[in-house]
Design a protein around this ligand. Structure first.
Ligand SMILES: Cc1cc2nc3c(=O)[nH]c(=O)nc-3n(C[C@H](O)[C@H](O)[C@H](O)COP(=O)(O)OP(=O)(O)OC[C@H]3O[C@@H](n4cnc5c(N)ncnc54)[C@H](O)[C@@H]3O)c2cc1C
Length: 442
């Protein structure tokens, strides 16, 4: 039987280090440990692998992609500059961000879409995103991916994380890294190791994405108006809760009788821990999706034959924990398009805040402009060998509503992985910054 090369490597590595340990206990040593296989973690692992480091990537789910796949978000934003006049999408930066975007584009066979106000996004199919991430990582013999591995502990000595503890398919696994990339989306490892973490869980509202198929494709545009009208009527009659009016469409869907929709809930309050919120949200929102589908098929023409095709396995949480870094990206940095000599990633998406209405509040900055994220925003104030990437680096709540998009998560992931590899291999961080800046300008 043909075994996927990445799997073969992971088995070989664990078997090697298992020698001499109790059955069931294992430990892995590596130069760079990457926690989380979302957009940022995938980019970080590839960057560190390309820089020659021995890398281990741990992901708690059985697939890669993070929110892109688990929450089925459907489009990549942050790859192209905002531009309402040009005829094609202008990349915000070169290097890995564009490389990944191009590979994804080829794999899905889609062109970037121009949305309202000159914003561009690349639509993708959910399984294809995961398989592109798998394919990219499989190219590196020095990168070991461990799926179903949840990190639940980290030990620091002084200002350095020296160990992390995970359950990999329910078996204990100890990691001994030289440097760490925290791309968990929640600053999990930084927090477990004792670094200060800002709780951003209540900053933005979460959404549950679901898909309907067999929608009358000839009526899709009209269908959405019909959905809104009928849902409003149902809410007014008391047949459905008010929340159902907060339904919106994922751009680029609807052409083939399949519609991807998102139901937006209220932002978290601080009265109880997030794990309690999530349990309630996911159970209630899934039940509500079934009610909405039943109602639409019984009360609208467009959705008469429609069937629920899928509900995202995870609720889409837009905001969570963020490190308190040596520097912090501020709202003004984003809105003024601030550049920095230590800039290691470019952001070009506007500030997009999801609050209590069906549509987000957008704060735009200049067309064809971008801001830069300095390396120190990725470095926790009190940990020397940890780099945070993706939606958990150090930023104000407002700035993160821009920098969290997948294109920018790939960019900060790439930078964190490069910096972590350079540090692990005793190369100066200045050199890492210069390398990343050169790649961004390619
Ligand atoms: C509903 C919704 C719609 C969105 N729409 C878009 C859109 O259209 N376009 C766009 O560009 N962006 C969109 N976003 C934002 C974007 O999807 C995310 O911000 C981005 O994917 C974050 O990437 P990340 O790698 O930083 O984090 P994540 O994608 O959250 O990845 C973190 C990874 O870490 C893993 N992990 C967490 N804890 C542990 C642990 N303890 N041990 C091991 N693994 C762990 C998780 O399983 C996950 O795979 C949307 C977000 C939401 C919620």
């Amino acid at each position: 039987m043909e075994i996927h090369p990445g799997l073969r490597r992971a088995h070989a590595t664990v078997a090697e280090v298992n020698d001499g340990l109790q059955p069931g206990a294992a430990s892995l040593s590596c130069d760079v440990l990457v926690i989380g296989g979302g957009a940022a973690g995938v980019a970080a692992a590839v960057a560190a692998g390309r820089a020659g480091a021995k890398v281990v990537l741990l992901e708690r789910y059985g697939f890669l992609g993070g929110l892109a796949t688990a929450a089925q978000v459907g489009t990549v934003c942050g790859l192209y500059l905002r531009d309402s006049t040009g005829s094609s999408a202008l990349p915000v930066a070169g290097g890995f961000v564009q490389e990944f975007g191009s590979r994804l584009q080829r794999a899905v066979g889609e062109q970037p879409l121009r949305l309202e106000r000159g914003l561009w996004a690349l639509p993708f199919s959910i399984p294809v995103f995961g398989s592109v991430a798998d394919a990219v990582l499989s190219e590196y013999d020095n990168v070991t991916v461990v799926l179903h591995a949840t990190v639940a502990g980290a030990t620091a000595e002084g200002a350095r994380v020296v160990q992390a503890h995970a359950l990999a398919w329910n078996q204990p696994l100890t990691l001994r890294p030289v440097t760490v990339v925290d791309s968990s989306g929640e600053a999990t490892v930084a927090g477990l190791a004792g670094a200060a973490v800002e709780n951003g869980a209540g900053d933005q509202a979460p959404s549950l994405v679901f898909s309907l198929e067999h929608v009358d494709a000839s009526r899709t545009e009209y269908g959405l108006l019909e959905v809104r009208r009928e849902l409003r009527r149902a809410v007014e009659m008391g047949a459905l809760p008010a929340l159902c009016e907060r339904l919106s469409l994922i751009p680029g869907t609807g052409r083939d009788g399949r519609l991807d929709l998102k139901l937006t809930l209220a932002p978290a309050s601080t009265d109880r821990p997030l794990w309690q919120h999530i349990t309630c949200w996911e159970r209630e929102a899934r039940a509500l999706v079934l009610d909405i589908c039943r109602f639409l098929s019984q009360n609208t023409t467009t959705f008469q034959q429609a069937r629920l095709a899928s509900v995202a396995p995870q609720l889409g949480l837009r905001s969570g924990g963020r490190i308190q870094g040596r520097a912090r990206l501020a709202d003004e940095d984003v809105l003024s398009g601030r550049k920095s000599a230590l800039g290691i990633a470019r952001g070009c998406w506007p500030m997009e805040r999801w609050g209590t209405s069906a549509r987000p509040e957008m704060t735009l900055f200049n067309e064809r402009d971008y801001y830069e994220i300095p390396l120190d925003c990725l470095r926790p104030a009190k940990l020397d060998n940890v780099f945070a990437a993706g939606r958990c680096f150090s930023a104000s709540a407002g700035a993160m509503t821009s920098a969290r998009v997948i294109g920018t998560a790939l960019a900060t992931g790439w930078a964190a992985g490069t910096a972590a590899a350079f540090q692990a291999l005793n190369r100066p961080l200045d050199e890492a910054v210069a390398t990343i800046r050169r790649q961004m300008s390619e």
